[in-house]
Design a protein around this ligand. Structure first.
Ligand code: SF4
Length: 472
């Protein structure tokens, strides 16, 4: 028999807890794939709530995240960086990954996002913003991965698809303008929940990790004569929201490109912090490791793929490519260093002359800074052609899964960002279309950007999720 008194008490307890959450701290759903709160450690300082609002501006602009209103989380994890008592952290997956690493029947593949390599070594006492992919690669091999790939390959694919999509929206009117980038899962979730009317403005190109996952579970699987389910693909990211992104069924298209229940294109996401934890846990002497190199097939991508980790980087890379598509020429030095879209300002803008046509662009650093532009898009008074939005301050280098050995501030963000731009400048290949592996995959398998195969594997769809807010 149902104990009504107990049920009532439980309801009251829940509603008091929610009230406390709304007033003092961010609410973390126990089913969140991204975040976890250890309530016993929380000192109710309220810093998480401030960090959430600083990044998203949700309570200021929408009727949520305040007393008596629904609590909404878009998974960016900025709250975890602000929590000084380790009460808030990512929903950890490292135990499952450790188990997989002992599964000798599977092919274990890991891919690492660009922002990870300029922050991981902070966990081991090195300077902020040290570009260090070599030790990271060796550590991943020592953990037991069979293949270590670079997400900058996936970033190059995203650029190829997104730039072609932009050009076709501009020249053939094949879609709405302005086109927004879509590689930040928190931004995508925000649009789906709060601003679904601008869904047609989102690029349909998948994020770099999602494209990388689809290629690994199809092209790579066929090369290795494996089925998608025989491969475990782990991605190391600076991002807690990617843990949510990989749960989106429409992003898993392996096995003859149709969704096959239970088989994901990316099986696990670990944050930079979780990787550091794993390295320590397995007693790997990070500081003394020799420099490893990525495995062939998907080694480091172009410089354009490397700068994806900084606010403005996605825009800059896509414009290099759009310039090449429209003029047939390599971008000039100016285009290879688009100063106006770099840096930590909330809104950055530029006008680019591409073969006589002026393309107006904006880069939004932090969703809270997107509000005014979104209103203009909805009123048809926005004259930008292309807009990048990233949720975290400074872009993914400031992601919610990055180390927090010291309070992460603009000094640290700039150091990490500068490291990515310096790497880009040092590389011979700066544009995705010059990357030999990209050329090979398009020739051997994909049949060119925006082909039928590319659309099936590398593009996605979005959904109006505004009703989910009312349900809360
Ligand atoms: Fe993740 Fe980067 Fe978006 Fe932050 S800005 S939520 S790290 S994708």
């Amino acid at each position: 028999m149902v104990d009504l008194k107990k049920l009532k008490q439980e309801k009251l307890k829940q509603s008091l807890k929610k009230k406390l959450d709304s007033n003092v701290r961010v609410f973390v759903d126990e089913n969140s794939p991204c975040l976890f709160r250890d309530v016993s450690k929380c000192i109710k300082c309220g810093r998480c709530k401030e960090a959430c609002e600083m990044a998203t501006g949700l309570a200021q602009h929408y009727d949520v995240n305040k007393p008596g209103k629904p609590d909404v989380c878009i998974g960016c994890g900025q709250c975890t960086l602000s929590c000084g008592v380790d009460s808030l952290r990512e929903k950890s997956s490292y135990r499952q990954v450790l188990e997989e690493l002992n599964n000798y029947d599977k092919v274990l593949v890991v891919s690492t996002a660009p922002a990870v390599r300029v922050a991981l070594s902070e966990e081991f006492g090195f300077d902020f913003g040290k570009y260090d992919e070599g030790k990271m690669i060796t550590a991943l091999r020592m953990l037991g991965f069979d293949y270590v790939f670079d997400v900058t390959f996936g970033a190059d694919l995203t650029v190829m698809e997104e730039a072609n999509e932009l050009v076709s929206r501009i020249t053939k009117k094949a879609g709405k303008l302005p086109m927004f980038t879509s590689c930040c899962p928190s931004w995508v979730k925000f649009v789906e929940m709060f601003e679904p009317s601008i869904i047609p403005n989102l690029s349909t190109a998948k994020s770099p990790i999602a494209m990388q996952g689809s290629i690994i579970k199809t092209y790579f699987a066929r090369q290795k004569k494996k089925k998608p389910e025989d491969i475990v693909h782990v991605v190391i990211t600076p991002c807690t929201a990617k843990k949510y992104e990989i749960t989106r069924e429409e992003l898993s298209v392996s096995d003859d490109f149709g969704y096959m229940p239970g088989v994901k294109d990316v099986d696990y996401v670990l944050t930079t912090r979780e990787l550091a934890h794993l390295i320590r846990r397995q007693n790997i002497p990070y500081g003394n490791l020799y420099d490893g190199t990525f495995d062939e097939l998907f080694p480091r991508g172009s410089g354009g793929g490397v700068i994806f980790g900084s606010s403005g980087g996605v825009m800059e890379s896509a414009l290099r490519e759009a310039y090449y598509i429209l003029t047939g020429n390599m971008p000039s030095e100016n285009l290879l260093k688009l100063e106006k879209v770099r840096g930590l300002n909330g809104v950055k803008e530029d006008e680019i002359n591409i073969g006589g046509a002026i393309v107006k662009v904006a880069v939004i650093n932090g969703i809270k800074n997107a509000y005014d532009i979104i209103q203009k898009v909805k009123n048809n008074t926005c004259d930008y052609d292309f807009i990048e939005v990233m949720t975290c301050p400074g872009g993914c280098i400031g992601g919610g899964g990055q180390p927090k050995v010291k309070n992460v501030d603009d000094f640290i963000r700039k150091k990490r960002s500068d490291a990515l731009y310096s790497k880009d400048e040092s590389l011979n290949i700066r544009c995705a279309h010059n990357n030999p592996q990209i050329i090979k995959v398009y020739n051997d398998f994909l049949d060119g950007p925006l082909s039928e195969t590319s659309k099936a594997l590398l593009h996605t769809k979005y959904f109006d999720r505004s009703k989910e807010i009312k349900k809360l």
